[in-house]
Design a protein around this ligand. Structure first.
Ligand SMILES: Cc1ncc(COP(=O)(O)O)c(C=O)c1O
Length: 350
């Protein structure tokens, strides 16, 4: 019963097989092999435009270096107050970009457009002492398992454009959001004003595959240098390409994300029907948040369930009793319905 995170799941067998197949023989290094070039072309097909693609080792590196590519001295980036770039990356985005991350409020993990505007106004372009607005970073799917619909993305990117700011999307769970919206990769990104995407594969069945994708290759000119200086240029980058070859082939990535989302749906249905637990809010991707009694959480853990207790967001605060706790449950390509049903039974048994 592994619901701690989707990065606890291993790698999908087709991805492992492709890695093994590519392990033999020789190929030129540092992203110049035929396989690397073919995957870059594949990304351009998938996004229906010429893109520039840069692999990095982690989602944190992708976010940090993507923001570094948008940065100017004294720049400020705006992100939701619970965004991974603010809460969980130990200041790496600030460190690599030299910018300051400023929090924007909004319910259910989504930046509120009025709050974004109010924050941008605080950092005019001539603000030599406090910093000048530079970019926004939005997470899709969000850290609360919710999803910005296409018009919500457009509203935020429009505000960014009106203020001359760049737009980054943290897509650690890009595929989960995409299939939930039933949108195309182009519709959820550059057609809605996104400049640069952190494209995550690790949480959705890859061993380790994260890419920074630029929708205007001209804006990627500095990135080769930014990445090398951050010690993120893989010599054997063909092994990232090998994973992505299998990941993108026959839409495996979308099937894996659909499976993870449907397992989350099964969990949500079970929790909604439960008399010991309740859904904290309605998430739409592969992350589910539930309020359960503390003793139920303990006994589920004793029976082998893995999950994290989660900080209670402000807007939920008063509805959670002191004997209760908020838990986050994350499903993955490897979650089975049996595992979900066993977990729901464990909650009922307490
Ligand atoms: C929304 C989001 N962005 C980025 C990351 C960063 O990933 P990594 O742990 O590979 O640095 C995570 C990982 O949990 C995440 O949930």
């Amino acid at each position: 019963m592994f619901f701690a995170s989707d990065n606890w799941a291993g790698a999908h067998p087709l991805i492992s097989e492709c890695l093994t197949k590519e392990a033999a023989g020789f190929a030129s290094a540092y992203g110049t092999s035929d396989l690397d070039r073919s995957i870059e072309a594949r990304f351009s097909d998938i996004f229906e435009t010429d893109v520039a693609v840069f692999y990095v080792a982690t989602g944190t590196a992708a976010n940090s270096l993507a923001l570094a590519s948008l940065a100017r001295s004294g720049g400020v980036t705006f992100a939701h107050s619970e965004a991974h770039v603010i809460e969980d990356e130990l200041g790496a985005p600030d460190f690599f970009s030299g910018m300051r991350m400023v929090e924007v409020s909004g319910s259910l993990g989504k930046m509120n457009p009025a709050s974004l505007k109010a924050q941008i106004i605080r950092f005019p372009q001539d603000a030599i002492h406090h910093g000048r607005a530079n970019s926004i970073s939005l997470t899709q799917a969000t850290e609360q398992g919710t999803i910005y619909d296409l018009s919500e993305i457009e509203t935020l990117t429009q505000i960014a454009r009106e203020n001359g700011l760049g737009v980054h999307m943290d897509g650690a769970r890009f595929a989960n959001a995409l299939v939930a919206l039933d949108a195309t990769p182009a519709e959820m990104t550059w057609k809605r004003g996104v400049d640069v995407l952190s494209f995550g594969g690790t949480k959705n069945g890859c061993w380790c595959a994260e890419a920074i994708v630029f929708f205007d290759p001209a804006k990627a000119r500095e990135m080769s240098f930014i990445r090398k200086r951050a010690a993120q240029l893989f010599s054997k980058s063909r092994f990232i390409s090998a994973q992505l070859a299998a990941y993108l082939d026959n839409d495996l990535w979308l099937d894996l994300a659909r499976h993870a989302n449907s397992m989350a749906g099964r969990l949500r249905d079970g929790l909604a029907a439960s008399n010991t637990a309740r859904l904290a809010w309605d998430s739409q991707s592969n992350e589910v948040f539930a309020v359960i009694p503390r003793h139920t959480a303990k006994s589920a853990e004793n029976k082998g369930a893995k999950f994290y207790e989660w900080p209670i967001p402000k807007d939920l605060g008063e509805t959670v009793h002191e004997d209760e706790t908020l838990i986050r449950l994350v499903t993955s390509f490897a979650t089975t319905s049996d595992e979900v049903d066993r977990f729901l039974q464990v909650l009922q048994q307490d």
